[in-house]
Every structure is written in structure tokens, then in C-alpha cells.
Design a protein around this ligand. Structure first.
Ligand code: SAH
Length: 248
């Protein structure tokens, strides 16, 4: 497959990766070009994203996904078990997997059409060690093979912080990290979430400002380390974490 036949040029992504210190080889560039073309194609039939213009995809989806790299330990990037909850069209999990192919990636998504896209994408990009799961985090968190099993959980656009931690922290091992993409003034959101974070076994969050070309618009990564097990009974049944957030 040549880059040209697979899709558009990737200058913005390449510049951004250089700024972030992320090496990206030719094969990986081809995978990103193919991802961009597949997203644009499927998005005509399935509502996956409002961002489809190739240059915007490079910055607002691909590069934005890769900003988590600076927040993660090397071992996790080399061979960690990483879960993306509410993966949608694959962000941020799939771009991370393209750059770090040693990751064992789980993609969890509640909407069937998005799951169909993700399965096609994983196959089309030739990715191995990726498990795509159709379901809600509230239910899948009780699966013994997944509860307290991941080194890293990622979430972008999933929910407000209080609900988000109930949906994600149960999947982490003690010592594991949640990295959540957020934007704007989230002070109030974090204050509200403090009780939920503690109850789910998380330490007080670390905030990392995102500094990358085209992404200097108040983006932050909220990093929460899991320091104790999540009590039995959490997450509560499907819908509850968002409908009646802990501490609200
Ligand atoms: N992470 C993607 C998608 C964000 S939209 C991105 O940043 O582009 C949020 C996604 O989470 C939706 O696709 C929605 O179907 C999914 N979702 C919401 N609640 C969920 C839950 N409880 N379990 C699993 N997926 C969920």
C-alpha cells in the first residue's frame, strides 16, 4: 500500500509528532493515512465524528490522541494492557496502538455501529493484540478477566469526571493510571468528582496541560493513579454513574 493511494498527506501529524518527540516510521504513516481515508469513507454512512476534514483529523483526532504518550510510563507503552472506554471511532486508543504496537489494547464501545467500524478498522490496519468489545463499561467491569486487570485506562469524551471515574477505575490494577482528555475550565468538575475518585480507589488527580501544535486551546490530561481497590458494587448498574453521579 502506498501512502498516496491510502489517503492524504500527513504533514500536520508529522510536525506534531516531532514536537512531542514521538518517532513515526513509514509503515505507521501509511496506517494513519489509511485510518483517515477509512474514517472519511465510513462517516458518510455511519455517524462516527463531526471532524472529517483530513487536516483536522490529523490534529484534533490523531495528534490529540497521542498527547497521552507523555503521561505514560515506558513499560506501559512497550507492553502494557491498555483499555479505551467509550472508544467511538478509536480515539485515543488506536493512534496510541499504531505508534506503540507492543500494547495489548482493549476498545470498549456501547454503540453497535461504532463497534462494527472499530472491528473493520483493526483488521484494515493490520493491528494485532486488539480486542474490540461491544458493551457498557458498567457491565464489562464485572468481568473477572477485566476488572482490576489494566495498567492504563484511557477515556476521551466519555463523561463528566465523577461518572468517568466510576466507569474506568474498576478496570485498573492498583498502581495503574487513568488518563482522561479534558478541555476548558474543569476546576468545578474536579471538585465535584473528588468524592467519587476517592471512593473508586483513586489518588488526587494530576493535571497535565497539553502543549502541541494546533492543540493549544486549553486541553488538559487528567491523570489519576489507582491506589486501592474499587469496592464491590461499583460501577453501579448501567446508566447510574451518569444519571446519579457519586457526590452530586
Ligand atoms: N473516545 C471517542 C468517542 C467519544 S464519544 C472520541 O474521543 O472521539 C463517547 C463514546 O462513549 C460514545 O461512542 C458512546 O457510545 C460511548 N459510551 C458512552 N457511555 C459508555 C459506557 N457506559 N460504556 C461504553 N461506552 C460508552
Amino acid at each position: 500500500m502506498s501512502t498516496q493511494e491510502a489517503g492524504p498527506k500527513l504533514n500536520l501529524l508529522l510536525d506534531g509528532c516531532r514536537e512531542l518527540g514521538i518517532p513515526i516510521d513509514e509503515h505507521q504513516q501509511e496506517q494513519f493515512a489509511r485510518y483517515s481515508a477509512t474514517l472519511a469513507d465510513w462517516n458518510q454512512r455511519v455517524n462516527l465524528t463531526n471532524i472529517v476534514e483530513p487536516e483536522a483529523v490529523q490534529t484534533l483526532h490523531f495528534l490529540d490522541s497521542l498527547t497521552v504518550v507523555g503521561a505514560l510510563p515506558t513499560e506501559s507503552l512497550q507492553s502494557g494492557r491498555v483499555l479505551d472506554v467509550g472508544a467511538g471511532a478509536g480515539f485515543p486508543g488506536v493512534p496510541l496502538k499504531i505508534i506503540f504496537p507492543g500494547i495489548k489494547l482493549g476498545l470498549m464501545e456501547a454503540t453497535g455501529k461504532k463497534v462494527t467500524f472499530l472491528r473493520h478498522l483493526v483488521d484494515h490496519l493490520g493491528l494485532s493484540d486488539v480486542e474490540v468489545q461491544h458493551g457498557r463499561a458498567e457491565d464489562l467491569a464485572n468481568d473477572a478477566a477485566q476488572r482490576k486487570s489494566f495498567d492504563v485506562v484511557l477515556a476521551r469524551g466519555l463523561a463528566k469526571m465523577a461518572a468517568l471515574v466510576e466507569l474506568t477505575l474498576p478496570f485498573l490494577k492498583t498502581g495503574g493510571l487513568l488518563v482522561a482528555h479534558k478541555k476548558g475550565d474543569i476546576a468545578q468538575e474536579l471538585t465535584v468528582a473528588a468524592k467519587a475518585i476517592k471512593l473508586m480507589g483513586g489518588k488526587a488527580p494530576n493535571l497535565r496541560e497539553v502543549n502541541a501544535p494546533g492543540l493549544n486551546d486549553g486541553r488538559v490530561l487528567v491523570v489519576v493513579e489507582k491506589v486501592s481497590p474499587t469496592p464491590v458494587g461499583y460501577p453501579r448498574r448501567a446508566g447510574m454513574p451518569a444519571k446519579q453521579p457519586i457526590g452530586v
